[in-house]
Design a protein around this ligand. Structure first.
Ligand code: T4K
Length: 373
């Protein structure tokens, strides 16, 4: 075992603690701690501005936001989704008494393959729940076309896609709703947190109501079976502080991404996944695929890295379709999901975060290339 300090897949970038003190003082003085306070409102406005979207509703975490987005869309029956994601994606459907229908992924992006969606549609299908996995954009046009042909709603799980853009603007503008996560491990964090991007003011009002127990504004009565999904003032304040440092943090991520790509380009059997153009991406994750031509099996390489204190992650193993609560669904049959079942045995997410030293990136590249073994 190496005597190096352990390096994990991510590490939150924390601003100077002193810089948080004025925010705390403001909250203490005001004694307004939650329930739509000024910090929450300021963060909503700042994020609309930063992300280039018009309506956003903040949540206590991404999972509650996802569950509420699915509820707000008013779905029934079956929802088509990807097996290659974090478990919160499929769980948001079960929480809403919906049946997930898994469709295989595109091997070049790891996102749901629109060409396979149509065959999975039945008369019970009401929506598609794709994931911009690793922050790499889905084929949004392909998905929109299928959805329009069949009158389906589209809710994007954009938990990884904070700040990602395409040629037309924010990636979050696609679909009926998009959902973000601001968990500690994410590009933009409020410790725990999340958000729903809404297409219009009326939808935002409904979502705001659903995350506040279903109370009508003012609290005179309750219209819906809502939840408590609100973001507290302290979390919102941390978000405001984080935003001040975000551009610098994204830039550092971009350089690390570039360094990995250059360093691994000549390593036979290692494939880096192409995302979106480098100035449009957020470099949230750095997944590599260990292909059969690499001299070691994926698990052997993973253990080799861990023995040198490099603790990557096998996101997203196990596949959702292989988990106990999903594996008996007809769509979970591995024969329908051959790409996802193959890729999940090849992937390693390497460490990437703003304070990761370039020397460590070179060390990791060296381990993978065999020069430091
Ligand atoms: N949809 C998708 C597609 C998602 O990926 C997620 C969450 C959601 C929805 C739901 O959003 P949230 O409800 O979480 O907002 C993590 C996160 O818990 C989860 O947010 C995330 N996706 C998922 C992909 O990853 P773990 O179990 O890998 O986290 P953990 O605690 O092992 O952390 C990984 C490494 O990060 C640690 O080894 C050390 C480092 N770390 C972690 C934390 C929490 C720190 O340095 N500081 C920290 O505070 O799940």
């Amino acid at each position: 075992m190496s005597d190096r300090e352990p390096i994990f897949v991510t590490q939150p970038a924390l601003p100077d603690l002193e810089a948080f003190m004025p925010y705390l003082r403001e909250i203490w003085d005001r004694r307004m701690l939650t329930n739509g306070g000024p910090m929450e409102q300021r963060l909503e406005a700042a994020l609309c501005d930063y992300l280039g979207v018009k309506h956003i509703s903040l949540f206590c975490n991404g999972t509650q936001a996802l569950i509420t987005a699915v509820q707000a869309a008013g779905l029934s029956g079956e929802v088509i989704t990807t097996p290659y994601s974090f478990v919160a994606t499929a769980h948001s459907l079960l929480w809403n008494h919906l049946t997930p229908v898994f469709v295989d992924i595109d091997p070049s992006t790891m996102n749901i393959d629109p060409a396979r969606i149509e065959a999975a549609i039945t008369e019970r299908t009401t929506a598609i729940l794709p994931v911009h996995c690793y922050g790499h954009p889905c084929d949004v046009q392909g998905i929109r076309q299928v959805a329009e042909r069949h009158g389906l709603k589209v809710i994007y799980d954009a938990a990884h896609a904070f700040g990602v853009r395409d040629e037309g603007g924010s990636l979050l503008r696609h679909g009926d709703l998009s959902v973000l996560s601001f968990h500690a491990t994410k590009v933009f964090s409020t410790f725990e947190g999340g958000a729903i991007i809404c297409p219009d003011e009326a939808t935002k009002r409904r979502v705001d109501q659903l995350k506040n127990f279903g109370l009508v504004p003012g609290g005179a009565t309750v219209e819906f079976v809502g939840t408590n999904g609100k973001m507290s003032e302290i979390h919102a304040a941390f978000g405001l502080l984080q935003l001040e440092h975000l551009i610098e943090a994204l830039d550092r991520r971009r350089l690390i991404d570039q360094r990995y790509r250059e360093g691994l380009a000549k390593v036979a059997g290692i494939r880096c996944i192409d995302g979106v153009g480098e100035h449009l991406a957020n470099h949230a994750y750095f997944p590599i695929l260990v292909e059969p031509s690499y001299p070691l099996a994926r698990d052997v390489l993973f253990e080799h890295l861990a023995a040198h204190q490099i603790h990557g992650r096998l996101y997203f193993q196990p596949l959702l379709s292989n988990l106990p609560m999903y594996r008996d669904l007809p769509s979970a049959n591995p024969a329908n999901l051959t790409v996802a079942n193959r890729v999940v045995g090849q992937v390693i997410c390497l460490p990437i975060y703003p304070n990761l030293e370039h020397e460590t990136v070179d060390f990791i590249i060296g381990l993978i290339a065999g020069t430091n073994a």
